[in-house]
Design a protein around this ligand. Structure first.
Ligand code: BV8
Ligand code: ZN
Length: 253
């Protein structure tokens, strides 16, 4: 575990950010950790109790919808109680200092949008949305949380599922394409709070770097991505991002 990075940031990073027109960010569970949302691989990681195969995949759902719904209802209830943290807020504030800030998130917790980010690409869906697998009708969280077992569609009584991307499922094509475009056009690309293990999301930082972006990782520890990054800022996203924003914004005035 590297010591937290010094409070100062490199001149290289600050000047690049001060002059960047287009910034893109890939976020993972780590940016929501300080909001109280458990990460996947942390000690309290959800995947400690359950393995992803058991829960976040369509076969598990068809085999045991009640178990999978138990997990998602628990997460929906939790997500309803959490707030965006200073890390989310800093990314939203960045929008007024660049022509384009694109937040590409693996998180389904809606916290970037609630923090005020306008350009959010949700690669893996959103915990607040659900739909009927038989007729496609969208079903509200209120409707879901009111029903005991696996919720049924109000229109056709078909089985309802969360509108999230499970393992083995394709990401929404238009959102994926837009994410790749944002990565290819970014002058600075951040990878924040992600273990960079799940594909194809984990390929975005490499795509950005190959296209010429300056790649910055923000994490509490090294990841599979760290060797590839131009800068690795070790520390909590909620500490680093507001300080980084203040540092380069004062530069560009
Ligand atoms: C697809 C939604 C194919 C649901 C999620 C072998 C090799 C390569 C790939 C594969 C393979 N076998 C299978 C695959 C494909 C598979 C995959 O990548 N598997 C992995 C496990 C190897 N991918 C898929 O199946 C994808 N679909 O490939 O389709 C296809 C192709 C053609 C035709 C049909 C199909 C779909 C993947 C999406 C799965 N859905 N989520 C839900 O959330 O319930 S994944 C879910 O887990 C998240 O969305 C996220 O993507 C991932 C968790 O990762 P992180 O977000 O990074 O979180 P993690 O806990 O791991 O890390 C947290 C990090 O934060 C840590 O680094 C920690 O240090 C840091 N941190 C903690 N606190 C802080 C912090 N950092 C800063 N500040 C802090 N305070
Ligand atoms: Zn239906």
């Amino acid at each position: 575990m590297r010591p937290p990075s010094s409070p100062a940031f490199s001149d290289n990073l600050l000047t690049r950010l001060a002059g960047a027109g287009r910034v893109a960010v890939l976020t993972g569970a780590g940016i929501s950790a300080e909001s109280g949302v458990p990460t996947f691989r942390g000690d309290e990681g959800i995947w400690k109790k359950f393995r992803p195969e058991e829960l976040a995949n369509v076969n598990a759902f068809m085999r045991n919808p009640e178990l999978v719904w138990e997990w998602y209802k628990h997460r929906k209830t939790l997500m309803a109680t959490v707030q965006p943290n200073p890390g989310h807020a800093a990314l939203a504030a960045m929008e007024s200092h660049h022509a384009q800030v694109t937040v590409i998130t693996q998180n389904i917790d809606d916290l970037h949008r609630r923090a005020g980010s306008h350009n959010v690409l949700e690669l893996h869906g959103n915990i607040n949305r659900n739909y009927c697998i038989a007729c496609g009708t969208s079903v509200s969280n209120e409707d879901i949380l009111r029903q005991e077992a696996a919720p049924r569609c109000p229109a056709c009584r078909g089985l309802v599922r969360p509108d999230v991307v499970w393992f083995g499922e394709l990401l929404p094509v238009d959102i994926w394409d837009e994410s790749v475009r944002a990565a290819e056009r970014a002058e600075v690309f951040f990878a924040i709070g992600t273990s960079a293990v799940v594909h194809p999301a984990a390929s975005l930082p490499g795509i950005a770097k190959k296209a010429g972006a300056y790649l910055v990782e923000v994490n509490i520890e090294d990841t599979e991505l760290s060797w590839h990054a131009d800068e690795v800022l070790i520390g909590k996203a909620g500490d680093i991002l507001p300080r980084l924003l203040n540092s380069y914004v004062s530069l560009s005035h």
